[in-house]
Design a protein around this ligand. Structure first.
Ligand code: SF4
Ligand code: SF4
Length: 490
């Protein structure tokens, strides 16, 4: 095994002319991000409240689907193999809708990335949302980042042990409720809550809650930014998908450099010397949840949360310089400004148009299919062994299993007819009548298998495969479902 030369120091190219040197491996240091205040922090709070509110509250939302049907708006009913989403009911044979939804979600992610970089990571990703919540609890219990650092230096005093225990208890409660909310999507939520409270819930629910409690506690409480930097594949994929026109959180070094302290900058400017707007206060680094210094250029660790924009804007306000030293921008614009050209925002470009067209096409196709989809289905399976039977009188008999699906919640009275083979004798086992129309009923939200035998006429040709149709008609709403198969002769 070849061990890389640890003395070789990699260099990171930045958007500027300088390079940063660093070791190949450095042990992770705990990050104490300072609280940020500003527009992007407010947006993040709003998204946090909205997404967590939806996640924890949705299982309790009711949706009337008629008698005998579950009234939970969003429910994965594993026992009956159904997925309910408000007015939509997905059956196992319609899982392609779920595949379509996943493709749609991926395309939306690509579009967001093409417009404004890692918006998903910075604002919407569950890891970001829960980590933000856990940080908020930490600050509430242990104080701001300065106080937290002090506590680390103080060590395990009684007061620190008390605060740490308090913090971890709240974290575990949040984690427990997160796992608890997850299982509520798989059963009637109020009933399951009652069963959990009275310790009557099935073991599988306790195991699922236990696993999710542990993962939430570890990922959001302990691993935090490490998940984004080391575990998540999206930053690597995203880097391959982005282009130079995407708007990313960018340090505008054309304006910020040469960075200089406020006092020295004032003096330099009064002497007509060059001084950048960056006062090197490090506030942008202090608020960063992943410990990134955005002034070193675009980095894998930057989740594009915009908190450094808030921090820097507050500093610019104080030093009486314009906002936006760090902003959603790109390298192209920096180069344009350096060349004396105005900045441009190219949101509408071939890449974004292509993604939008794909999203609209797939979304509208799925919606049309959902609205116009039949409320039932029919499949026919020809008996394979034997394919046919020659009876004593020389005629040939084929047997089939016809499965009829009723996706309506009420029983349906249907009629089966078989066409394509003249003078055939048809029998449907367990159904009254001698044809050509066989009436039968299928319970609501159910399937029914019919065993059908067809005896061909004596005149049926040898070595033949005669196409036949199985038609199921609903006389009430005048709809028909058809499946085809063959009548085979020796
Ligand atoms: S917050 Fe703004 S002024 Fe302060 S170091 Fe960062 S970029 Fe420079
Ligand atoms: S560098 Fe700025 S945008 Fe990137 S993660 Fe840190 S605070 Fe968020």
């Amino acid at each position: 095994m070849t061990i890389p030369n640890a003395s070789v120091k990699p260099v990171l190219e930045t958007g500027q002319d300088d390079v940063i040197e660093g070791p190949l491996y450095a042990a992770g240091k705990r990050i104490f991000p300072q609280a940020a205040h500003g527009l992007f922090r407010k947006i993040k709070w709003a998204i946090l409240v909205l997404t967590l509110g939806v996640y924890y509250g949705l299982p309790f939302l009711r949706w009337d689907r008629g008698p005998g049907e579950p009234n939970q708006a969003v429910l994965v009913d594993l026992a009956h193999r159904r997925f309910y989403f408000f007015f939509i009911e997905i059956w196992p044979q319609e899982l392609y809708y779920v595949a379509g939804l996943l493709i749609l979600a991926a395309l939306i992610l690509f579009l967001m990335n093409a417009v404004a970089g890692r918006v998903w990571c910075g604002y919407l990703c569950p890891q970001t949302v829960w980590t933000d919540l856990f940080y908020a609890v930490e600050r509430l219990v242990e104080g701001d980042s300065r106080r937290q650092r002090q506590r680390q230096v103080e060590g395990w005093t009684f007061n620190n042990i008390l605060h740490t225990a308090y913090k971890h208890t709240i974290w575990l409660l949040i984690a427990w409720w997160t796992g608890g909310a997850w299982v509520l999507y798989f059963a009637d939520a109020p009933t399951l809550v009652h069963k959990l409270a009275t310790f009557q819930a099935p073991l599988v629910d306790w195991v699922a809650i236990g696993i999710l409690t542990l993962t939430t506690y570890l990922l959001a409480g302990h691993m935090r930014e490490q998940v984004c930097i080391y575990m998540c594949p999206w930053p690597r994929i995203q880097a391959a998908l982005t282009d130079e026109d995407a708007l990313n959180v960018t340090y505008r070094y054309d304006r910020g450099e040469p960075r200089i302290s406020l006092k020295a900058g004032l003096a330099a400017r009064s002497l007509g010397q060059l001084a950048g707007d960056c006062v090197d206060c490090n506030q942008c680094v202090a608020v960063c949840p992943t410990g990134v210094d955005i002034r070193h250029g675009s980095q894998l660790g930057c989740i594009q949360c915009g908190l450094c924009i808030d921090a820097c804007d507050a500093v610019m306000q104080k030093v009486d310089r314009p906002h936006g030293l760090i902003a959603y921008d790109n390298e192209n614009n920096i180069k344009r400004r350096q060349a004396g050209l105005p900045s441009v925002r190219r949101i509408v470009r071939p890449r974004t148009i292509l993604y939008t067209i794909a999203i609209v096409l797939i979304g509208s196709t799925m919606l049309t299919r959902l609205v116009t989809r039949p409320t039932g289905g029919i499949t026919v399976a020809h008996d394979r062994n034997p394919l046919y039977v020659t009876t004593a009188d020389g005629t040939v008999r084929n047997a089939y299993t016809v499965q009829i699906v009723n996706e309506q919640s009420v029983p349906r009275n249907l009629q089966l007819t078989i066409t394509g083979l003249d003078n055939a004798k048809v029998q449907v086992i367990g159904v009254d009548g001698h044809g050509p129309i066989f009436p039968f009923q299928v319970e609501g939200d159910n399937t029914r298998d019919l065993r059908v035998t067809i005896t061909g006429p004596a005149s049926a040709p040898a070595h033949a495969q005669i196409p036949i149709q199985f038609n199921v008609t609903d006389p009430e709403n005048k709809t028909q479902m058809t499946a085809t198969d063959n009548f085979k002769t020796p």
